[in-house]
Design a protein around this ligand. Structure first.
Ligand code: SF4
Ligand code: SF4
Length: 316
C-alpha cells in the first residue's frame, strides 16, 4: 500500500513544491451550502460551467468510474523572481510563463507514473482547474494551508501564489493531513486593497466585479456575459484597473506572500516580451505576433481583441 511519505517524495521528484494526501468524502454541508449560495447570488457571473455537475462537486468520489477514494493535492509555486516594471500594463504573475494547465498536467502524469510503478493496478485521474472539484477546499483538507478572506489557499511557506493540481486515486491511502490553522486573524488587507470591492464575504468573491474574471473569462466566453457584469463595470470606471490580464492586487496585499519563497520553475518565468510591452505596443500588435509570443501562454485565452479592450480600459 502506498504511504503518504512515498507520495510526497514522488511529488517532489515530479517537481511540485508541496503535497498532501486526503481521503475523499462528500463535501461538508457548510462548504456545499456556501458554494450553492455563491451560485444562487450569481456571483459566478458568466461562468455557467460552475453550475454543472453539482453531484460530482458535492461528492468527488464520483469523478472516477470505479469510485475515487483518495485525493493527492500538489502545489506549484509561481511567485516570480522578476516582475513587470510597474508602468507597463500588468499581467497577473500566474500568466508570466507557460500555461499552468499544461505544466501541472505533465507533472501530475509523472507523479501518477511513479505511483503506478510502485502499485501497477492503481488508477488515477489528474485535474487542473477543469473539473467540478473544490480544489482549494481539498488542498486545505490535505493540510496544505487555509482559505484566506480573499478565497485563496494560503500556505505558510508558499503564500497564495500557488497552482493546485489534484490527482484522484481509486485506492485508499492513509491521510497525511493535519488541518492548518487559519492564520488570517484580524487582518483585512486583501479586502481593503481590492479596487472593485469584489470580496463580498469571508472567502467569497463576486466575479462580476473581479478583474480576474473581467479581463479573461468575459473575452474567453463572450456569449456568457450578462447584464450584471456590464452594470458592475459601468459603476467602476473610476477604479481604472492597471491589470490587463488577471489581477494580483489582493495577493500583493497579503502579508503571507511577502514571506513566501520564490519559485524556481523555469517554465513559469516571465516571457521577455512582458518586460517591455507598452500599452501602445499592445494596441499595435498583429494577430501573428500575438500567436507567436503567447503560443504557450494562458494569455491567449483572452484573445488579442480582448487584450486590446483591456488595454484601452486601463487608459481611461
Ligand atoms: S483579484 Fe483583484 S479584483 Fe479580484 S478580488 Fe482580488 S483584488 Fe479584487
Ligand atoms: S490579506 Fe490578510 S485577510 Fe487577506 S488572505 Fe491575507 S492574511 Fe488573510
Amino acid at each position: 500500500m502506498l504511504t503518504p511519505d512515498f507520495i510526497q517524495s514522488a511529488a517532489r521528484s515530479a517537481g511540485f513544491d508541496a503535497c498532501g494526501v486526503v481521503a475523499l468524502s462528500a463535501l461538508p454541508s457548510d462548504v456545499l451550502r456556501s458554494f450553492d449560495e455563491w451560485i444562487r447570488r450569481r456571483h459566478h457571473a458568466g461562468m455557467r460551467y460552475m453550475e454543472r455537475y453539482l453531484h460530482q462537486r458535492a461528492d468527488p468520489r464520483r469523478l472516477m468510474k470505479r469510485g475515487a477514494r483518495t485525493a493527492v493535492v500538489a502545489l506549484l509555486s509561481y511567485k516570480p523572481h522578476r516582475r513587470q516594471p510597474p508602468h507597463l500594463p500588468q499581467v497577473s504573475c500566474y500568466a508570466y510563463g507557460a500555461d499552468y494547465h499544461d505544466v501541472l498536467k505533465q507533472k501530475l502524469r509523472s507523479l501518477l507514473a511513479a505511483l503506478q510503478a510502485q502499485q501497477p493496478a492503481l488508477q488515477g485521474r489528474a485535474f487542473v482547474d477543469t473539473a467540478p472539484l473544490q480544489e482549494r477546499y481539498w488542498a486545505a483538507a490535505a493540510g496544505l494551508g487555509w482559505l484566506g478572506k480573499n478565497g485563496m489557499l494560503i500556505s505558510r511557506e508558499l503564500g497564495s501564489y500557488t497552482f493546485i493540481g489534484v490527482l484522484l486515486l481509486d485506492d485508499d491511502v492513509k491521510s497525511s493531513a493535519t488541518p492548518a490553522k487559519n492564520r488570517c486573524g484580524a487582518c483585512t488587507r486583501c479586502i481593503s486593497a481590492c479596487p472593485t470591492s469584489a470580496i463580498v464575504g469571508c472567502g467569497r468573491v463576486d466575479a462580476h466585479r473581479c478583474l480576474s474574471y473581467r479581463t479573461i473569462e468575459k473575452h474567453a466566453n463572450p456569449q456568457q456575459g450578462d447584464a450584471q457584469s456590464a452594470e458592475a463595470e459601468k459603476d467602476e470606471k473610476t477604479a481604472a484597473p492597471r491589470y490587463i490580464f488577471g489581477c494580483d492586487i489582493c495577493q500583493e496585499a497579503c502579508p503571507w506572500n511577502r514571506k513566501a519563497k520564490v519559485a524556481a520553475h523555469g517554465e513559469l518565468q516571465i516571457l521577455p516580451q512582458l518586460l517591455s510591452l507598452t500599452a501602445e505596443d499592445w494596441l499595435a500588435m498583429s494577430a501573428d505576433d500575438f500567436e507567436k509570443i503567447f503560443e504557450r501562454s494562458p494569455i491567449k485565452r483572452a484573445t488579442l481583441q480582448g487584450m486590446k479592450e483591456n488595454v484601452r480600459a486601463t487608459m481611461g
